[in-house]
Design a protein around this ligand. Structure first.
Ligand code: SF4
Length: 487
């Protein structure tokens, strides 16, 4: 299929919507010929009198010739009316693509990461669920189910944790190391000897000291603390103890409502490490099985067994961790809906009170994209079935959907959803998607976001992703924060 979008430059944003209907390899986005020279080009196309048009036009001539050689094929012309409004153009794309493909994506014209945030903004503007539901369906073309889901979810979030207190912040500390690299991974995750981790930690301690001091000077109340990665429990118990000690020394944790550490890889969890976490005030951990099927774990490059996962849960319970989050992925290679169901049943049996169901995404930085760049289209049917079943099963088990986000290149263009029993909702997860609170991110790859309530905008302050650069440029990372986050 060939598609031409008239008089709109930011076509990358529109392409994301087209991709939901057909894979990029199955269509060509033609250049827009509208504008001052369009008449000439079209005349040339009709008459074929373009041979003397001059050097600058030769490329254009070739392109027009290429189109003309194919006149039997339909070109989908979008935005002939020349609207400058992106949503108007997206609606036209949606209608045309739905008519041609017979598909009607549940998320309508929304391609962004944060649909619940949109529901919240519309609710604060219109103050009525019915009005917002109408807008989501009529203007954004959401299905009834998705419109209801995000409205209910927004209310659930407010009931569960309230709005962010003015001037409060969430803190993220990144440990960009993992024992092996997963097939689908696109995060900062390095597989290195302990000497490299040892070289990273002093820089991180330095940034913690600096940021802790600045937050105290600015009287910022820390609401949530999250150590993620990577896999933070790649650190030894001693390294973790020292890290948490520095955190407790330099940050004022008096008002922290939630302190989470991702203990993502079951093979990195030991009773000793969990004891260190507990003794230092950590009250939530994630154990991320992804699957309970050995063959899948092997395919995706995890170096542990399903038994390691069971052992990790038992250790966490023995160390009195009440809130354990488990991440699962729907759509892993070679997994059937029955495999996925089996995994979820086992995780519920193990007592996870907070479960995040991810939809497999084929990211550009992942190894998976090199194996099959259209995997996410092929897996759509079975992933849809897995997600539907997991919603029902988790509801039955008393876990309600409380946060949600979307990513590019997800199987079936569905979503990732966090479910929790009441009281176990993740504050940090909600706030980072809601974007009405500053997030200060430390460590390699951390992206801080300063929130300005007066203008309802965020300023991003990234650290470098490469951990050796981070070590070398730690002063610069602090200065970036000095200038853009703390000023
Ligand atoms: S555990 Fe997470 S961060 Fe580590 S390699 Fe796997 S996907 Fe990447």
């Amino acid at each position: 299929m060939r598609i031409r979008i008239h008089q709109y430059e930011k076509t990358a944003l529109l392409k994301e919507l087209i991709d939901e209907f057909i894979p990029p390899g199955q269509y060509t986005l033609l250049e827009d010929e509208d504008g001052p020279d369009a008449g000439e080009a079209e005349d040339a196309d009709r008459t074929g009198a373009d041979a003397d048009a001059g050097t600058a036009a030769e490329a254009e001539t070739d392109r027009v010739g290429e189109i003309r050689a194919d006149t039997d094929e339909d070109v989908l012309e979008i935005n002939r009316a020349g609207s400058g409004d992106r949503d108007t153009i997206k609606r036209e794309i949606f209608r045309e693509m739905a008519a041609r493909t017979g598909k009607r994506p549940d998320w309508g014209i929304l391609t962004g990461v944060r649909p619940v945030k949109l529901a919240g903004e519309l609710l604060s503007e219109h103050q009525s669920d019915d009005a917002v539901r109408r807008i989501l369906k009529n203007d954004f073309y959401l299905s009834d189910e998705k419109a209801d889901l995000i409205i209910d979810m927004y209310h659930h979030q407010i009931d569960a944790i309230g709005e962010a207190a003015p001037g409060s912040a969430g803190i993220y500390v990144g440990i960009p190391f993992c024992p092996t690299r997963c097939l689908y991974c696109s995060f900062a995750s390095n597989q290195v000897p302990d000497t490299e981790i040892e070289a990273y930690l002093p820089a991180l301690h330095y940034e913690i000291e600096y940021c802790g001091r600045k937050l105290r000077e600015n009287d910022t109340m820390i609401e949530s603390f999250y150590i993620g990665g990577g896999t933070p429990t790649t650190l030894t118990a001693k390294q973790m103890d020292e890290l948490l000690d520095t955190i407790r020394k330099h940050f004022d944790l008096e008002h922290v409502r939630e302190f989470t550490v991702e203990a993502g890889r079951p093979d990195t969890i030991t009773p000793e490490k969990l004891r260190v976490l507990k003794e230092n005030g950590v009250d939530r951990i994630s154990i991320n099985p992804q699957s309970m099927k050995q063959k899948t774990l092997d395919i995706i490059g995890r170096s542990h067994t399903p038994e390691d996962i069971i052992r990790a849960f038992e250790t966490a319970k023995a160390e009195s961790f009440d809130v354990i989050n488990a991440d699962l992925i729907a759509g892993l290679p070679e997994e059937t809906p029955d495999d996925f169901k089996d995994t979820l049943e086992k995780i519920l049996e193990l007592g996870a009170g907070n479960v995040t169901i991810h939809t497999l995404a084929v990211k550009r930085a992942s190894r998976l994209i090199g194996i099959d760049s259209e995997y996410h289209y092929k897996a759509a049917g079975r992933v849809g079935e897995m997600l539907k079943w997991s919603r029902e099963r988790l509801d039955q088990a008393g876990l309600l959907p409380y946060y949600l986000y979307r990513q590019k290149h997800m199987a079936g263009y569905f979503e990732n959803t966090g479910y929790a029993v009441r009281g176990a909702e993740g504050i940090y997860n909600i706030r980072i998607m809601d974007e009405h609170q500053s997030i200060l991110a430390l460590g390699a790859g951390g992206i801080s976001k300063r929130y300005f309530p007066e203008s309802n905008r965020l300023v991003r302050v990234p650290n470098v992703t490469n951990y050796t650069e981070y070590i070398k440029r730690i002063e610069e990372m602090c200065m970036r924060k000095e200038n853009k986050f703390f000023n």
